[in-house]
Design a protein around this ligand. Structure first.
Ligand SMILES: Cc1cc2nc3c(=O)[nH]c(=O)nc-3n(C[C@H](O)[C@H](O)[C@H](O)COP(=O)(O)O)c2cc1C
Length: 180
């Protein structure tokens, strides 16, 4: 099956996660293209789409929002296998924030609008939230203060084992579909 991973990343941590998913799927025998949403012209030739974005100010990045709008307007997801992922301060298994706050936020943070639209209007196979990375200087002054108050620590909180497990889950689902 032909797979494309489309992603939007402002500071590369989402790009690295997308690259890792691509590598794992290739290791497992799938043909995978990796494209930032700015470069992804058409999804017609793919069977499986994995769409992801960094989260800024509670939302997917504008390039991802635009790509989702276009895919939905053109009904381009019909008959495709679609998975989605978000990269933010709080992932399902790791976080840039304090563990206690992360646990609370996992239950209460509203979903980004583009992601919610996609999940309401299309048949999505699954979603995963990953924690990304942040360096001093990427937040504004106020953002930095809020981040510190939330127990935030600069660095990379990506859980690579969790990415690998998720990629394996997708590969297994594709294998089942291929043999059906
Ligand atoms: C301007 C800015 C806004 C952010 N807003 C949020 C947010 O609303 N929620 C959150 O959990 N993380 C937020 N983050 C953290 C990013 O989601 C995190 O650093 C992610 O790894 C960024 O991915 P990227 O490196 O691909 O851009 C923000 C980071 C920046 C720089």
């Amino acid at each position: 099956m032909r797979v494309v991973i489309g992603y939007a990343s402002a500071h590369r941590s989402t790009a690295s996660i997308a690259e890792r998913i691509a590598e794992r799927l290739r290791d497992l025998g799938h043909a995978v293209d990796l494209e930032s949403f700015d470069e992804l012209a058409s999804v017609d030739s793919y069977d499986c789409l994995i769409l992801g974005s960094a989260v800024h100010n509670g939302q997917w990045l504008p390039a991802a929002e635009e790509a989702v709008d276009n895919l939905l307007i053109h009904d381009a997801l019909r008959d495709k296998y679609v998975w989605t992922f978000s990269v933010s301060s709080v992932g399902e298994t790791s976080s840039l924030l304090s563990p206690r706050l992360a646990q609370l936020l996992r239950r209460h943070i509203p979903e980004p609008i583009a992601f919610a639209l996609l999940h309401n209007l299309s048949d999505i196979q699954g979603h995963r939230s990953f924690a990304g990375a942040i360096a001093p200087g990427q937040w504004s002054g106020l953002g930095n203060i809020v981040f510190r108050l939330m127990g935030g620590r600069y660095g990379n909180a990506t859980d690579h084992a969790d990415i690998d497990r998720w990629a394996l889950r997708i590969a297994n689902a594709l294998a089942v579909h291929r043999s059906a």
